[in-house]
Design a protein. Sequence first.
Length: 285
Amino acid sequence: MANDRQPVGKGQSIPAAAIGLGQPATSVLIVQRVLALVVICALGLVVQDHPIANAYLMVGLGMYAITLWFFPHAWLLMLPVLLPTLILSPWTGRLLYGEFDFFVVMTLAAGLWRGRYLVRHQPALPAIFWILLVMQLATQLHGVYNGFFPLQTFDANSLGTYYTSYNALRIGMGFFAALLLFPLLRDAVSSDRQLAGRLLAQGTMLGVVCVGLVVLWERGIIHDVLNAEDKYALFGNLLDFSSSYRITALFADMHTGGAAIDGYIAVALPICLLPLLERRNRLDR
């Protein structure tokens, strides 16, 4: 009987699908898909109860889910764009969660449906990574516990103020969202590292551009460009460094001060520089 196995020569690799790498067990996949349906149903109920634009959000989430179905790693491009732009808290009064969180939850549901959690035979991470992760997780859980308890009675004002114990959930939400998205990022990097990095960098660049355009509008520079009668009026707001007004862009957290926009720019700019560093490395080779 002929042997169907073909020898693998030097420099050749076996496709992951041929040896079952990167695929969860069937029972695990079923559990993940059941959880995905539960998450989607819960998300639909929350969005339906949203104060404004719930129909538009439903349509947007549906289109986003379809995009992830055909392009599973598209979230690396889309979430960085939505992070600084999709903020309706000044109109909804909801401070503990926002519209961006809906798309994060839909991303998690799409990852569950595709079985991207508990995937077998992924490259091992160094021990120092797990040590640092456990330390950070313990710190976050300790902070959330101290802020959340003693638990206050939930009422109509619980979602619209910072002065309740539920605000601890808002503060810890970013870390836990990143923790839940990490398996999807790891899967994307394992599938195509260059594509994952390029999508993340391009999405972050688009987000920074959106923030920049809003800041230009906020400072009146776009108005000057469209309506200035001479060059002095054109650069009046651009070169005004004496005003005490501080830009906020669309970050709703800035309504009480803070450094939301500063933190965003500090984190986003290094990511935007990644393509330049990779291009320089290729040129050096």
